[in-house]
Design a protein around this ligand. Sequence first.
Ligand SMILES: C[S@@+](CC[C@H](N)C(=O)[O-])C[C@H]1O[C@@H](n2cnc3c(N)ncnc32)[C@H](O)[C@@H]1O
Length: 277
Amino acid sequence: MAPSSRSSRPVGRPTRGTTGTNRLRRIDRWVTGPAAGLLRSADDPLVVDLGYGASATTTVEAAARLRRVRPDVEVVGLEIDPGRVALARAALARLPAGAAAGVRFELGGFELGAPAVLAGRRPVLVRAANVLRQYPVEEVAGAWALVAGRLAPGGLLVDATCDEVGRRVAWLVVGDDGAPRSLVLSLRLAGLERPGAVAERLPKALIERNVPGEPVHAYLAAMDAAWARQAPLAVFGARQRFAAACAEVAAQGWPVRGRPARWRLGEVAVDAGAVGL
Ligand SMILES: C[S@@+](CC[C@H](N)C(=O)[O-])C[C@H]1O[C@@H](n2cnc3c(N)ncnc32)[C@H](O)[C@@H]1O
């Protein structure tokens, strides 16, 4: 990864800009759910959506959802592709004032923009969805460190990957020290064949490690086996079945986090150390 000092060139490079309406809703639901305390208690409720892609959509959606938790939240969409910044600004200008409130779009990379962009402020949360998946794995830790160095104390980076429509989502929660804290899986349960179906959407730091003998592989295998054993609960619905599978995996000793209420949403977190990070 390139320089850690503030330079005028954004750190990183443009990649495919695929995005979509509502694609990142499951991440927003986590931010406004288990992670809501971060926003509520922030002295400066600044959030960065890093690499928002070919349209302004997911950034504007995130702002609308986050405002329900923290009405004065400011969401800055950062893109390394200047053409996408221009497009997003034009789209923002066409929105009703209420939808555009507290949102702006700026040029920037993993350094979080030129000094004037955040003007010395430190975001409490940075979301980078479907960004690092397009980088070589060797660059991931450096990108985390660069972003983490710009976070507010206690702030978090969400390094997320998902399918085109946001039904299978996985993200690593990285702390302000640049170290991963947890892996969160969030799956649409209707029609789910098995939790391990998320494998092809694991964040870059894990996807290449998902082979027999590696902890992340063992974790997904444990989830799949528990899901299979809980098949009799399918009669009560996939939510009950998934929650029971999470409880079973926790009982096996996996440091699974969250409460049954989150598990029933198809969302489960595990300590990053348990999956080999
Ligand atoms: C696949 S799109 C993701 C869009 C949106 N976040 C989503 O998940 O739907 C990835 C975007 O990240 C941008 N990107 C790649 N590296 C970046 C970096 N270092 N800083 C900012 N944006 C970056 C690319 O230009 C691209 O538009």
